[in-house]
Design a protein around this ligand. Sequence first.
Ligand SMILES: C[S@@+](CC[C@H](N)C(=O)[O-])C[C@H]1O[C@@H](n2cnc3c(N)ncnc32)[C@H](O)[C@@H]1O
Length: 254
Amino acid sequence: MPADLHDPNAPAASGAGGGSGAAAAAKAAEKEEVKDYFESTGFERWNRIYSDSESVNNVQRNIRIGHQKTVDAVLAWLEQQGDLASRSFCDAGCGVGSLSIPLAQLGAGSVAASDLSAAMVAEAGRRAAEAGIEAGRLSFSTSDLESLEGRYDTVICLDVFIHYPQAAAEEMVRHLAGLAERQLIVSFAPYTPLLALLKGIGQLFPGPSRTTRAYQLRESGITAAAAAAGFRPLQSSLNQAPFYYSQLIAYERA
Ligand SMILES: C[S@@+](CC[C@H](N)C(=O)[O-])C[C@H]1O[C@@H](n2cnc3c(N)ncnc32)[C@H](O)[C@@H]1O
């Protein structure tokens, strides 16, 4: 769970994701706040975390370690399933390409990676070029995931929902499931009473840079949203490090 996005005063959930005008306005405002963050301070911070830079503090180093566990778990699952060359992937909210790049290197047929932040997309493209990945196998675009269209064998969205309350995250799951032929893989900070308590008293997330809200999500709601779109759980893992806590679930079309 990204520690430096924590705001202990944030509401557990807002009306975002609802149907009223006020809820729609709240949802749009929240997304704009997230976008602004990841075009500026957030880009600079997360570009360092998702790298081997030494310029990270202890919290950021642990988030890096935990996030790598999530990425490695996805790559291991996909390798076990095999036949990567015949599969198309969508990496929604790709960040700097931490998943897309190794996935292309593993031999994925195609990877369409996108992110809300143009700064993230530019850095992901730079890293892909540096890694020598052939253009065509891996493409990048700037897009919020709600605007994504098309059909992919597998849609993946890692550590993005943390920026959105339950209802908005569930809406995103339904949308992404609609793009997936075979599998949907998502990760999010799970709601547990203990974590909620610690979050409430601000012990887990020290530090001054509490920039946007961070939300813990109820797995039951995420799985219900996937089920409503015709998907059932296939495998899951809870990936942890100090200051990082992320539930990873692969859903398959039922
Ligand atoms: C914590 S980073 C995770 C990046 C990447 N998925 C990974 O695991 O390496 C969150 C990313 O989600 C992106 N993001 C947030 N809201 C988004 C949205 N509505 N649509 C697309 N990307 C979004 C941010 O710009 C940021 O790059």
